[in-house]
Design a protein. Structure first.
Length: 376
């Protein structure tokens, strides 16, 4: 009986219809295979992080960058919970830690709020100094450059001023790009934020650039090349993490709305010509509570990122937009390598390093002050 029904159904269909049915079945099978591979890689059995204990001297680790020239990870400690300079550390290949420099304070605030960092093609380290992290939101933010000579930091230069909350930073296309997490001292909903872009050649420490104070979408600094709104009323935090790929695309995280924007540029690298949402599916964004620091891995097509609000670390496929959770735990002390209000990620080899900035949001900035490390 069943065979007879199938034969009748088959005879009533044209060859074109049958061909279309086959195409649909093939597409569903391929997508299902990709989805199953994503689900079964890491999200079923979460990684157990190891710990690098930074001691009581370095309480709020945040921005990192990997330098292939010496195989070190560079890490900054912003003065977020107390006044002072910002230590610059290196995490060596054997995971030992050494302080190599101290980034000076903003003389007006007595804080150095170092967040995003990245090396330029000139061998120097570019730094987003966000005074907002220590409560100073009255346009005290700065763009800095730590000058390296013979592989060692020798001085810090102020390149640009008058920012509200500079944050994630990357260097690509002969430019330094960094996020402005908000453009005004208040935090309305929706919240405006975006991305600054400066040509490395135009930056002159003898005459630091003073950015124009933001007035509106059309009345703002010409270097403010990309702006957007964050609509989450609970987390009024906008442009945050920033990273770039080997082909010159820049990726910007929208912290509160849990999105990552892929920006394509013109030949000069200063004008955005295309914007694409990396995580367009609402069900994938429901896995997240925020997107903080991000890091593009061009070798495997993933973006790794910290979920500060969710106290988790995830990766997302740039091509499929599917999110996989790598580590997650309740907020606590960070003992035994547990995540503790994580904010940034950085990959070296088969290890993913995670900064536990441990800012006092529904928790305390308590010991151990640490980095978590996941074996990938």
């Amino acid at each position: 009986m069943m065979f007879s029904k199938i034969r009748t159904w088959y005879e009533e269909r044209s060859l074109l219809q049958l061909f279309l049915y086959i195409i649909v079945l093939v597409v569903l099978a391929v997508y299902g295979k990709i989805l199953w591979a994503e689900i079964t890689t890491d999200s079923v059995s979460l990684k157990a992080p190891n710990m690098i204990d930074l001691g009581d001297k370095y309480k709020t680790p945040d921005g990192m960058t990997y330098n292939p020239a010496d195989n070190n990870i560079y890490l900054v400690i912003p003065a977020a919970v107390e006044e002072g300079e910002a230590p610059l550390l290196v995490i060596k290949p054997d995971d030992t830690v050494e302080e190599i420099f101290r980034i000076p304070v903003n003389p007006d605030t007595k804080h150095a709020g170092t967040l995003g960092i990245a090396f330029g093609q000139d061998g120097n380290l570019y730094v987003a100094d966000s005074q907002e992290i220590s409560g100073h939101v009255n346009h005290n933010g700065r763009l800095l450059r730590v000058v390296f000579e013979d592989g060692k930091p020798v001085r810090c230069e102020v390149l640009a001023t008058n920012f509200v909350a500079p944050n994630g930073l990357t260097v690509a296309n002969g430019k330094v790009y960094f996020c402005e997490t908000r453009v005004t001292e208040d935090t309305p909903c929706p919240l405006t934020s975006g991305l600054f872009c400066f040509d490395l050649k135009e930056l002159d420490p003898a005459n630091p650039y003073r950015a124009k104070t933001y007035v509106s979408e059309t009345d703002c600094d010409p270097h403010f090349i990309f702006q957007f709104k964050t609509n989450d009323p609970d987390w009024r935090v906008g442009a945050n993490g920033c990273s770039s790929s080997v082909d010159g695309k820049v990726y910007v995280a929208n912290f509160g709305d849990k999105q990552i924007y892929e920006l394509t540029f013109d030949a000069d690298g200063s004008k955005v010509t295309k914007v694409r949402d990396v995580i367009p599916c609402l069900n994938e964004r429901k896995k997240l509570m925020s997107i903080d620091g991000i890091r593009v891995d061009s070798t495997n097509g993933y973006i790794y990122f910290a979920d500060f609000a969710g106290n988790a670390v995830h990766k997302v496929s740039i091509s499929t937009g599917i999110v996989t959770t790598l580590a997650k735990n309740p907020v606590g002390t960070g003992a035994d390598g547990a995540l503790d209000r994580c904010s940034e990620v950085c990959r070296r080899g088969n290890k993913l390093y995670i900064s536990n900035i441990d800012l006092p949001f529904d928790n305390e900035n308590d010991a151990p002050h640490s980095m978590s490390v996941i074996e990938l």
